[in-house]
Design a protein around this ligand. Sequence first.
Ligand code: KIV
Length: 263
Amino acid sequence: MKRLSILDLQAKKRQGQKLSLVTCYDASFGRLVDLSPIDAILIGDSLGMVIKGEEHTLSVTLDEIIYHCRAVARSTQRVHLIGDMPFGSYQASIDKAVENAIRLVKEGGVQAIKLEGGVMYAELISRLTKIGIPVMGHLGLTPQSYHQFGGYKLQGKSKEAADQIIADAVALEQAGAYAIVLEGIPQSVAKQCTEAIQIPTIGIGAGPYCSGQILVLYDLLGLDERFNPKFLKKYEDFSAKTLAALQNYSTEVQDSIFPEIKA
Ligand code: KIV
């Protein structure tokens, strides 16, 4: 089966269809996402929080991302795969960033990479696309700027900040990016970005005026009852369901109901 490519995603946008993306980090969920109509999986550095239990994404390493990319790649055939460049893997120099992006594609088995930041990464994006590595950009509340932003805070609120995000979106498209994640910005700014460029915009906490949406898989499945940001819609309540199943299992073991005694 042929995987969805960057051309398939862009064609879908041109045809006026919305794109749906999720994050995913392992083979079991990867298999299920592949069976669903979801267009693409981001093996995101959000694994720092949902897999490693950290407060932010900053400790995630390239080797960790590659490990999770391989697990997802092995269990999927159809869905488009994007590997996230973690903090420290592309900021030091263009040459080091290119080396690391090549590793992510070769060893991780993904078709594209994602990196955070605006016009200052235009040259890097241009280099990567010229050597055949598709790049997804990421603007707004870029989680790797956690310390610079003083936490996870809505970005692009002032006119100046909004104009910068729109200018960055145009610069990323011109540099060759095939899509851009817009995270944690006012919906009016996301709308202006979407109208200013031809490539798909993928929103998270950026309102409805994007070409598609992305959510962290564990968040949309409701796996953490403590995590309830305003933008999140939980499509299931698996923290309650998992706790109930574990309670049930434990009780049945205590009461010698499971395993059944067979004659
Ligand atoms: O790492 C991640 O999961 C992300 C998405 C939330 C866009 O960057």
